[in-house]
Design a protein around this ligand. Structure first.
Ligand code: ADP
Length: 274
């Protein structure tokens, strides 16, 4: 038996190893995740867009040597999209497992990005997976599947409730341990920009100063303010030679708002700072 397995290993080419994603830890999130993983407690990443939530989960999956299956949820995402469906193949109707079912069977980490955006029926679908039962009921097949020992559910959520974002019910939230992600402190964010883009340190610092200045302008009433993602984009453009001010206008200011007055004011402010 052992020999056959070893022979098989020799014959099958190994898939290329993915490079380790870069992630700059901000607090105790790595420790918390590792403990949640050991206990297989579902994990919720809370925070505004572009604050490193997806990068963190990619990094942790790689660190733990687990396959990560990501579903970017939107308002049409339904339990069928997660669990699976019958499809017509030639003259036959065949069942196709969805990403949740694949993760449950193979022991992967399933990441539901922006879970609150999805249809409410997905919450029903994951209920029995998020408590002691750890099982998935596939109603279309009339089957209940026990989750593989390594299966873990992770979700992200943007709690911008005061701005009309979708909420997550307390009964759902309380099935997860939760960690908040936010804009990193200046030193960490500068480090991230340099690592991600190889931009000059002086320019990275200026971008971070601009971001923090805009983040403090709460009176502008922006739906979301400057994320690390926007700064990374600006840094990339600068790194490939786009004039700095133009890079900041298009990568930092324009994505934030369509209000011309606010755009002009922010462009003037940025021009003074870079
Ligand atoms: P989210 O999932 O929160 O919307 P992402 O994980 O996609 O955000 O992060 C956006 C970008 O910001 C990443 O591609 C990465 O370049 C950068 N980033 C943000 N935080 C970090 C961090 N702590 N370490 C490394 N990169 C980060």
């Amino acid at each position: 038996m052992l020999k056959t397995l070893e022979e098989k290993k020799e014959r099958e080419p190994m898939p290329p190893l993915k490079p380790k994603p870069y992630y700059r830890p901000i607090g105790k999130e790595m420790d918390v995740f590792e403990h949640a993983y050991q206990n297989k407690i579902p994990f919720l990443l809370k925070g505004p867009t572009g604050t490193g939530k997806s990068r963190f989960i990619e990094f942790m999956a790689h660190k733990l040597g687990k396959t990560l299956i990501t579903v970017s949820c939107h308002e049409e995402t339904s339990s069928t999209d997660l669990i699976g469906r019958y499809i017509i193949k030639g003259a036959e109707t065949v069942w196709l497992d969805g990403p949740l079912t694949i993760a449950v069977k193979t022991g992967a980490i399933l990441y539901l990005d922006e879970i609150a955006e999805a249809r409410p029926d997905i919450i029903v679908a994951i209920h029995s997976l998020t408590d002691h039962r750890r099982e998935l009921f596939i109603d279309k097949l009339g089957q209940t599947i026990k989750a593989h020992g390594d299966f873990m559910l992770v979700a992200s959520f943007n709690p911008g409730y005061q701005r009309g974002f979708k909420e997550l019910k307390p009964s759902t939230r309380q099935r997860f341990v939760a960690v908040t992600f936010n804009y990193p402190k200046a030193k960490a964010e500068t480090e991230i920009l340099i690592n991600e883009t190889e931009i000059l340190s002086a320019d990275a610092k200026k971008l971070v100063n601009i971001a923090n200045k805009i983040r403090n302008l709460t009176e502008l009433g922006l739906a979301e303010t400057v994320s690390t993602r926007l700064l990374v984009d600006a840094a990339k453009l600068i790194r490939t030679g786009l004039p700095k001010r133009l890079a900041v206008h298009v990568a930092v200011v324009e994505p934030l708002t369509d209000d011309e007055e606010v755009i002009n004011a922010l462009n003037d402010l940025c021009d003074l700072m870079i």
